[in-house]
Design a protein around this ligand. Structure first.
Ligand SMILES: [Mg+2]
Length: 264
């Protein structure tokens, strides 16, 4: 349509200005053909150009996303129960529930989320590779974590009870099972005795059951920002929390020791 209307305009102009001489008519036909080819070339170049730019943009976005993902220098291991959530057989104040098989019976588990849990997980997943390291069973934890992370975007890996070491019925979380340089990994756990094998890689957090005014997770973020891009997390954690005090704490007869025989 555009070319046809342009052709009529050009021929009309040629005939009105130069009469009906056949040579001039032929000359203007050539001019029009050349112009048509140029316009067509420009249109094709422009179309292909847009396609190429679109493909390059997608490629660049995908590559940069992978680079950003790879760039995470440090891994944070998070305990689950009484650090991020509290689970109970009773529905009071629960945020969600699920059913699981325990000892051959179907049971409903009611879960409360610690205040600021979503904000905390979103922020730490931007800064670190996030793994879950829990002393709870895989049958319980996997179902719970699927609710917290339905699209599998938050937690890169999950370590359950069978990844823990046990001494006198009490749990030890040996961070070497993660297969990461110990300078680049730390754990947050409400039971400090679990990280006594690596006291400088452990950050204790207050045990949480139900307190709606708790803000321990959000309070930790300011400190965690210091660990995102460091060569070694250990001296920074030691300086903040005090190695000696934490060794004593970790060896103390804590009332929150984890028992291997608990139901989940
Ligand atoms: Mg715990």
């Amino acid at each position: 349509m555009v070319f046809s209307s342009l052709k009529k305009t050009l021929l009309g102009a040629a005939l009105s200005n130069f009469g009906d001489s056949f040579e001039r008519f032929q000359h203007y036909q050539k001019v029009f053909s050349s112009l048509k080819e140029k316009l067509l070339g420009l249109w094709i170049n422009s179309f292909l150009g847009h396609q190429v730019i679109h493909i390059l943009k997608n490629f660049s976005s995908s590559v940069s996303h992978k680079i950003i993902k790879k760039k995470k220098n440090v891994t944070i291991a998070l305990d689950l129960d009484e650090t991020l959530v509290h689970s109970s057989p009773f529905p009071r104040d629960s945020d969600f529930s699920f059913t699981m098989i325990s000892d051959g019976e179907s049971r409903t588990v009611y879960v409360r989320k610690r205040p600021f849990l979503e904000e905390f997980l979103e922020k730490v997943s931007e800064m670190f590779e996030v793994v879950i390291f829990t002393a709870s069973t895989s049958s319980y934890s996997a179902k719970l974590l699927d609710v917290l992370d339905p699209h599998k975007k938050l937690f890169a890996r999950r370590f359950y009870r069978d990844s823990c070491k046990w001494e006198d019925g009490h749990c030890l979380k040996d961070l070497t099972v993660l297969g990461i340089d110990m300078a680049k990994v730390f754990i947050i756990d409400n039971s400090p005795e679990v990280f006594r094998l690596h006291v400088n890689n452990g950050i204790p957090i207050k045990t949480w059951h139900w307190d709606h005014t708790d803000h321990a997770l959000i309070d930790l973020l300011q400190f965690l920002e210091k660990l995102g891009d460091v060569d070694d997390v250990r001296p920074i954690i030691a300086a903040e929390f005090g190695v000696g005090a934490r060794i004593n704490y970790a060896h103390s007869s804590s009332p929150i020791q984890i028992r291997r025989n608990r139901s989940f």
